[in-house]
Design a protein. Structure first.
Lengths: 290, 418
């Protein structure tokens, strides 16, 4: 992009006087990612993220505390139903810890999907009035959920101490799997968000999909329960890699299956790049259909 | 090259209309549509010319740096679409535009304000949305707060603000954006008269400071004061482009077609999406002879002819008079004149008679409309016809009224008590 020096006659000194020429065109090549544009707007990503987090807990007495309280109830219910009653094995790890180490990335994924798929439509007043790369909205929405995730990690470590399981060196790889969880959530969200702007049915489909998807992922049961010959097909579900990664990094049990990780990461990359391109193709008409 | 602020080349924007058949909001509707098209394929229209609305059609123009440029046109002429394309909110269907410099717009006032956040937080949020860097906002923060006059409530959530405070704060942020190109759309501007005045004076400042201003307004007086050049849009096409006073007369010409009497069938002032039913409108004297210029305090008569399908149940027919500057002067309709039930025939002619036209000399427009109920228009033509009011010795004192006296004439008395 060319930059052109624009002399300002105003006495106020702008922090960036030279602006690149903006070219508005009817057709844009679909392969131009324009990641530079995204970088230019990075402060807006932080700002929207911060707004979402800040407003979620206003006028709430317990506030962020809910992030600790509500999972405790979920864990209790799941432990009673799936461990005591249904006798689902947990690879030798105490079931509450076993299920929560998976609920952490899964809950993040499910919430992100629910929140971001309606995010663009909810920001209709912004979209129809101001320009910014639209993809910022689902990105900020997905990124914001990571805070819940971080608070959840404290809970996992606390439970680990309670059950006498100390983290191994594997925990240093956790940011890697956190990144993979973020990439997975964003990849699916990009597709759903872009479709949701036009077809609101996607909101109902998301709810159903999340329910089914959870049982297709090793959340309440261990991967070892999946028959050996189905593992590769099973790991086409990118959340398998994410959840197994979390369990390994947090609990240090059984090193992760590298083939399975590679498949998950590969699938996520394809969905993410495809989703980004699809979103960019669709975003051109957002303001007209919202 | 470098003295150009905006260059638009062959910009076009097409929207698909015929909403019922062409747009689907749920997947169920698509499936239903596909199924029905299997059984009755002839009922599915292709995306032909007829179903496409050309909101903007091959528009090319240039705006120089430091110039104040105005865009005028009727509703649906494509003004707002053009501004949306230039501010990158939507994309053109064809053509390209180049913009040199940072664009700021006063149609975004308050966009993105969050009611739960405090005034301080909203300044940062709003600034970021409008494209300011955090450091830039921080540097101007005190200035913004001073301008808004809400420093006492800076840490109060804006949901507890009065609407005046809210608008002041929002405007303060937008006003400190320091754009190189300022876009103002009066039609979309919110707020009370005081706020609009503030908007306009800010715009004047910007223009005087030598920044580029792109302005959309109905206020013709404002255009002749502020803008050097103007463009008249009509049905998405440029009808005229040139110096602002020539543009205003071109606009007034396009606004009325012919003075005195007018065929309404293909009138440009018709709001999109209505059923064209009114066929003609005619200004006459009491005897029914065509007339286009009336005197202050004289008789005024308008005949509106219309024909709609016999099953259309119309509630009322009315007229609305506006000044040349776009100010509403008054309205008059059958709803006011007749007691309930409010019903007029589906076809016919209505005569509106004003025995004493108490308007100051000047040019006036008449919009005409047919209403189905209080909120829904059957047909509406804005500025269908124009007439002029000539001065007269209304008070019998030899004093001639002029347009400097305002719009409205009072036929009163003055008494000297002591």
């Amino acid at each position: 992009m060319k930059t052109i020096e624009i002399p300002t006659k105003s006495p106020v000194v702008l922090t960036h006087v030279a602006q690149p020429t903006v070219v508005i065109e009817a057709n844009r090549s679909w392969w131009e990612l324009e990641l530079y544009e995204l970088w230019k707007y990075r402060e807006l990503i932080y700002t929207i993220c911060w707004r979402d987090i800040k407003t979620r807990y206003t006028q709430s007495v317990i506030g962020v505390g809910w992030l600790l309280i509500s999972p405790l109830f979920t864990i209790a219910v799941m432990t009673v139903i799936f461990s005591y009653w249904a006798k689902i094995p947990s690879d030798g790890v105490p079931y509450p810890l076993f299920v929560y180490s998976a609920m952490l990335p899964w809950g993040y994924f499910a919430r992100s999907l629910e929140r971001s798929s309606t995010s663009v439509a909810n920001e209709g007043s912004l979209i129809t009035k101001v320009y910014f790369p639209r993809v910022i909205i689902p990105i900020a929405s997905t990124l914001g959920g990571l805070l819940d995730c971080a608070v959840g990690l404290v809970l996992v470590l606390g439970m680990g101490l309670w059950f006498g399981i100390t983290p191994t060196w594997g925990i240093v790889t956790l940011p890697l799997f956190l990144g993979l969880a973020f990439a997975t959530a964003l990849a699916i969200s990009l597709w759903f968000t872009a479709i949701h702007v036009r077809y609101h049915d996607i909101a109902a489909i998301t709810t159903i999909l999340i329910q089914v998807w959870m049982y297709a992922s090793p959340v309440i049961y261990p991967l070892s329960m999946v028959p050996e010959q189905w593992r590769v097909v099973y790991s086409l579900n990118p959340m398998v890699g994410v959840i197994e990664g979390f369990r390994w990094a947090l609990l240090g049990k059984a090193s992760p299956d590298l083939l399975l990780m590679a498949i998950s990461t590969g699938i996520v990359s394809v969905i993410l790049v495809g989703g980004y391109l699809f979103f960019r193709k669709m975003e051109r008409t957002f303001a007209d259909v919202i | 090259m470098s003295d150009i602020a905006i260059r638009a080349e062959h910009l076009s924007k097409r929207y698909r209309i015929g909403a019922k058949r062409q747009r689907f909001d749920t997947i169920g509707e698509i499936i239903a549509h596909k199924l029905s098209s299997i059984f009755s394929p002839q009922r599915t229209p292709a995306a032909s010319e007829a179903t496409l609305l050309k909101a903007l059609d091959d528009v090319s123009f240039e705006v120089k740096k430091g110039e104040a440029f105005a865009i005028v046109g009727h509703n649906g002429s494509g003004k707002s679409t053009l501004l949306k394309i230039l501010s990158r909110v939507t994309t053109p269907s064809a053509g390209r535009a180049q913009i040199y410099g940072r664009v700021g717009s006063l149609l975004e006032v308050g966009t993105g304000f969050h009611p739960e956040l405090t005034g301080r937080e909203n300044v940062y949020l709003n600034g970021a949305i409008l494209g300011m860097r955090k450091a830039e906002i921080a540097a101007k923060f005190d200035e913004i707060v001073d301008f808004s006059g809400v420093e006492r409530f800076l840490d109060t959530p804006v949901k507890r603000y009065s609407s005046g405070m809210y608008v002041r704060l929002a405007f303060a942020v937008a006003a400190h954006l320091e754009p190189e190109i300022l876009i103002v759309d009066e039609v979309l501007a919110v707020g009370d008269a005081a706020f609009q005045t503030k908007c306009l004076s800010k715009m004047g400042d910007v223009a005087r400071r030598g920044q580029t201003v792109l302005l959309v307004t109905h206020n013709l007086g404002f255009i002749s004061n502020l803008a050097e050049r103007a463009m008249v849009l009509q049905r998405g096409q440029i009808k005229f482009i040139g110096n602002s006073s020539a543009a205003i007369s071109a606009y007034l010409q396009s606004a009325t077609g012919n003075k005195g009497s007018c065929d309404l069938k293909g009138h440009v002032g018709r709001d999109p999406g209505l059923t064209p039913s009114m066929t003609s409108v005619r200004l006459t004297d009491k005897a029914g002879l065509d007339k286009q210029s009336f005197s202050v305090g004289g008789e005024w008569q308008l005949e509106l002819e219309y024909a709609s399908k016999s099953d259309v149940r119309l509630m009322s027919a009315g007229i609305f008079i506006t000044s040349a500057a776009g100010l509403g002067v008054g309205s008059f309709d059958t709803f006011m004149c007749f007691p309930p039930p409010h019903r007029i025939p589906s076809s016919g002619m209505i005569r509106f008679y004003i025995p004493e036209l108490l308007l100051c000399p000047g040019e006036y427009f008449v919009s005409v409309g047919l209403m189905l109920d209080q909120h829904h228009a059957h047909d509406m033509v804005r500025r269908a016809i124009s007439f002029s009011v000539e001065t007269s010795d209304l008070y019998g004192t030899g004093h001639m009224l002029s347009s400097d006296h305002g719009l409205c004439v009072f036929k009163g008395t003055a008494e000297i008590i002591t």
